[in-house]
Write a protein that binds this ligand. Structure first.
Ligand SMILES: C[S@@+](CC[C@H](N)C(=O)[O-])C[C@H]1O[C@@H](n2cnc3c(N)ncnc32)[C@H](O)[C@@H]1O
Length: 239
C-alpha cells in the first residue's frame, strides 16, 4: 500500500503539495523491539529546507546517502569520519527503522536516518550548497523499459544534485546493473553543471572487506558473493 501525506508551509499550493507528498511503505519490522528514536529524523512536510546545525548541534560538513538500506555503509563511514555528519534517506520503513536502531545501538551521534522518498525529500528539505558529498550505491535499477522513468538518476535530479552540493562537493554512484550504468553515463554526459571525474573511494574499506569491495554496502557484499561486476562513477560540482 502507498500512503500519501503532505501539507504545511513548504507545500502550501495544491501542485507543490502533490510534488512534496511523502510516499511511504507500511512498517514491517526486521527485528523485534527496534528503537529507531532518536536517530530516525521526523521531519514534517511543512518544515521546509532544514538547517543542518539545528539537527547535529554543529556545523561540520554533511554527507548524504540515498537508499541507505540497513545502514551498513552509513554506520561505517560515520565511524570512520567522526568530523563529518551523515544523513541516510531510505524509502522502506522497515529498513529505515532498522538502520536508525543500529545507529542508536552504536551511539553514532554524527548520523541520522530519514524515512522518505529521496527525490521529494531532497527537493523539499535539503538546503542549497549544503552537502559535502552525495552517495548513491546500488540504486533500484528498474530494469523494464516501461519503468525506466522511475530511475532516480535523471537530468532534473542532477540539477537538484548541483543545487545541494557545496562547490567541490562530490556525487558518487555505484551499480551492478550495466544498463542502468549506461543510462547514468548518458545522463551525466548530457549535462554540464557537474564535472565527471574518475571515481575515488569515499572512505577506507574496513579490514576484512571482501575482495572486490568498492564502498562497503550490504548489497555490495551480497553481489560480490554472487560474482557480479560493479560500475562506479563520480562527478564534482565545480568550485
Ligand atoms: C538495492 S537497495 C541498496 C541498499 C544499499 N545502498 C546497499 O547498497 O546495500 C536500494 C535501496 O534504496 C531504497 N530506495 C529505492 N528508491 C528510493 C527512493 N526513491 N528514496 C529512498 N530510498 C529508495 C530501497 O528501499 C532500498 O533499500
Amino acid at each position: 500500500m502507498i500512503i500519501r501525506g503532505g501539507g504545511g508551509a513548504a507545500t502550501n499550493s495544491p501542485r507543490l503539495r502533490r510534488r512534496c507528498a511523502s510516499v511511504t511503505f507500511p512498517a514491517m519490522a526486521l527485528r523485534p523491539n527496534l528503537e529507531p528514536e532518536p536517530m530516525l529524523l521526523n521531519v514534517p512536510d511543512e518544515a521546509g529546507r532544514l538547517k543542518w546545525p539545528d539537527i547535529f548541534g554543529n556545523d561540520h560538513p554533511v554527507e548524504l546517502e540515498i537508499g541507505a538500506g540497513k545502514g551498513t555503509f552509513l554506520l561505517g563511514i560515520a565511524q570512520a569520519i567522526p568530523e563529518h555528519n551523515f544523513v541516510g534517506i531510505e524509502w522502506a520503513r522497515a529498513y529505515a527503522e532498522f538502520a536508525a536502531d543500529r545507529l542508536r545501538r552504536h551511539q553514532q551521534t554524527n548520523a541520522r536516518i530519514v524515512h522518505g522518498e529521496a527525490s521529494w525529500w531532497v527537493r523539499c528539505h535539503i538546503p542549497d550548497a549544503s552537502l559535502f558529498a552525495l552517495h548513491i550505491y546500488f540504486p533500484d535499477p528498474w530494469p523494464k523499459a516501461r519503468h525506466h522513468k522511475r530511475r532516480l538518476i535523471q537530468l532534473p535530479f542532477l540539477k537538484e544534485v548541483h543545487r545541494i552540493l557545496v562547490p567541490g562537493g562530490k556525487l558518487r554512484l555505484v551499480t551492478d546493473h550495466a544498463d542502468y550504468f549506461a543510462h547514468m553515463q548518458e545522463v551525466l554526459n548530457g549535462q554540464t553543471d557537474l564535472k565527471v571525474v574518475p571515481f575515488e573511494s569515499p572512505v577506507a574499506l574496513k579490514p576484512g572487506a571482501p575482495e572486490g569491495s568498492i564502498v562497503g554496502t550490504n548489497f555490495e557484499r551480497k553481489y560480490i558473493a554472487e560474482g557480479r561486476t560493479f560500475h562506479a562513477a563520480m562527478a564534482v560540482k565545480p568550485e
